[in-house]
Ligand binder design. Structure first.
Ligand code: KG4
Ligand code: ZN
Length: 384
C-alpha cells in the first residue's frame, strides 16, 4: 500500500509518501517527506497569524505536492480532462482556499493519476483555518483520483513519529508498547498512556500554556526570534558550558502535585517579573536566565513523566512534538529513565517538529472514510 499524506495544522505545509509492504510484519519505506516552512514569514511578526498561514498553505500546496510526487517517482505528465461535474465539485470543495481551486484543476489535468492507494490528512488539533486547507485539498484529491481518504489526529502522528527509528526503511518495533508518551509542542503538553497503537488515554495535560508556547513567550520577552524554543535552548546551553553561578531562581510549577497535569503560565510570569526587576540584562545574565527557565521546564516534564512510568507499567517512554528536539530534555530524560530501567525513544529532530511522514504512519493504522464524511472537518481541539 502506498500512502500520500498531508499536514497543514500550523505553520508547515507538508506532504509525504510512505510505502507499506506486508500485513503481519509490515515494512515501511519513506519515498518522500517534504516540508515548506513558513517560519521565516512568521518570524517577522513574532508568532503565527492563522489567516496569513492559511494563505501561505493555499499558495504552497500544489507546488509542494508536485515536488513530493516527483521525488517519489510517481509523477507522469499526461493531459487529462476532468468531467464538468467533477470540476464543479472540486471547485466547491476548494471555494474557501484562495487560488487553490484553479491551481488544483491545472495540476490534476496535467498529470496521470499516481500509483497511490490511500490519502491521509490531519483533521486536528491545530489552527482550524490552516487545517481546512489540507482537508479541502485531500477531499478534492480523493474525489478527482478516486482514492480512499483517512482522517488523522495530529497528536497520534507525533507519538508514532518515533516508529521510523530515524531510518528510511523500517519495521514495527512492537516492543515499544505499552508506552508512556510525553507530547510537548507549541500547542500541547500531554502525558498519554499508549497501551498499543490506536489505544490512547490522556493521563494529564497543561492547564494553561504548552511547554513550547512558554519557550516562545520567554524568547519574545528576551527579544529572541520566533520560534523561541531553539534560541532559548541555545543560550541556556552557553550558560551551561560557561558554568555561570545561579543568581536567579524560578519556580517548578506543579512539580509535586499528585496529578499528571502541568502549568507553565506562572513560570512565564516569573520570568517577566525577573526581567522587570533587573531592567537591562547583559548577555551572560540572559544566558543564565534561559538556563534557569529551561532547567525548570525540563525538571517538571522529566519528574512527571517518570512518576507516570512508575504508576503505569510500560515498556518505554515515547517523546513527541517540537520540544522533543530540546537537547536538555533529551539528555535529562534519558539519564533519569536509565535509572528506572525504561527505554526512551525520541524522534530525530526533523520528525520532532510538524511533518507529514508521521501523518502517513498514523494513516496506515486507520480505516479510510468516504471524503463526504463529517470526520473531514477541522477540529482545533480534537482529543484522543
Ligand atoms: O510540534 P511543533 O512543530 O508544532 C506544534 O504542533 O506546535 O512544535 C513547535 C514548538 C515551538 O513552540 C518551538 O519553540 C518548540 O516546539 N521547539 C523547541 C525546540 N525546538 C522547537 N522548544 C525547546 N527546545 C527546542 N530545541
Ligand atoms: Zn505538532
Amino acid at each position: 500500500m502506498r500512502i500520500l499524506s498531508i499536514e497543514t495544522s500550523c505553520d508547515e505545509t507538508a506532504f509525504a509518501v510512505l510505502n507499506v509492504r506486508g500485513d503481519t510484519n509490515p515494512k515501511f519505506t519513506v519515498e518522500a517527506n517534504m516540508i515548506a516552512s513558513q517560519i521565516k514569514l512568521h518570524a517577522q511578526y513574532g508568532g503565527v497569524f492563522p489567516m496569513m498561514a492559511k494563505r501561505e498553505h493555499a499558495k504552497n500546496s500544489i507546488p509542494l505536492l508536485t515536488q513530493t510526487l516527483k521525488k517519489a517517482g510517481l509523477l507522469k505528465k499526461k493531459k487529462q480532462t476532468l468531467s464538468l461535474r467533477t470540476s464543479t465539485q472540486v471547485l466547491e470543495i476548494l471555494a474557501r482556499e484562495e487560488g487553490l481551486g484553479e491551481a488544483f484543476i491545472t495540476f490534476i489535468s496535467s498529470y496521470e493519476k499516481p500509483k497511490v492507494d490511500r490519502l491521509a490528512v490531519t483533521v486536528g488539533p491545530g489552527l482550524e483555518p490552516t487545517l481546512w486547507v489540507g482537508i479541502s485539498l485531500a477531499k478534492a484529491l480523493s474525489l478527482a483520483w478516486d482514492i480512499p481518504l483517512t482522517p488523522v489526529n495530529h497528536m497520534e502522528g507525533h507519538i508514532l513519529s518515533v516508529l521510523t527509528q530515524n531510518k528510511k526503511t523500517f519495521s514495527l518495533n512492537t516492543q515499544m508498547f505499552p508506552a508512556l508518551s510525553l507530547l510537548v509542542s507549541g500547542g500541547h503538553t500531554e502525558l498519554v498512556l499508549a497501551k498499543a497503537i490506536g489505544k490512547y488515554t490522556i493521563l494529564g495535560s497543561t492547564r494553561d500554556d504548552a511547554a513550547g508556547e512558554a519557550f516562545d513567550k520567554v524568547a519574545r520577552m528576551l527579544g529572541l526570534p520566533y520560534p523561541g524554543g531553539p534560541e532559548v535552548s541555545r543560550l541556556a546551553h552557553k550558560a551551561r558550558t560557561k558554568k555561570y553561578a545561579r543568581t536567579c531562581i524560578l519556580p517548578r510549577p506543579m512539580l509535586t502535585s499528585k496529578d499528571f497535569d502541568f502549568s507553565f503560565s506562572g513560570l512565564k510570569t516569573a520570568v517577566l517579573y525577573t526581567l522587570r526587576d533587573r531592567k537591562e540584562l547583559n548577555q551572560g545574565e540572559k544566558e543564565e536566565l534561559c538556563r534557569e527557565f529551561e532547567n525548570a521546564v525540563v525538571e517538571v516534564l522529566v519528574t512527571k513523566t517518570l512518576k507516570a512510568v512508575e504508576k503505569h507499567t510500560v515498556h518505554s517512554i515515547i517523546v513527541g512534538g517540537g520540544v522533543a528536539a530540546n537537547r536538555h530534555l533529551r539528555s535529562e530524560l534519558s539519564k533519569q529513565a536509565r535509572k528506572q530501567d525504561v527505554s526512551v525513544f525520541f524522534p530525530e529532530k526533523k520528525l520532532a517538529t510538524d511533518n507529514a511522514l508521521m501523518i502517513a504512519i498514523a494513516g496506515f493504522f486507520q480505516k479510510p472514510k468516504p471524503f463526504t464524511s463529517t470526520m473531514f472537518k477541522a477540529n482545533g481541539n480534537l482529543h484522543f
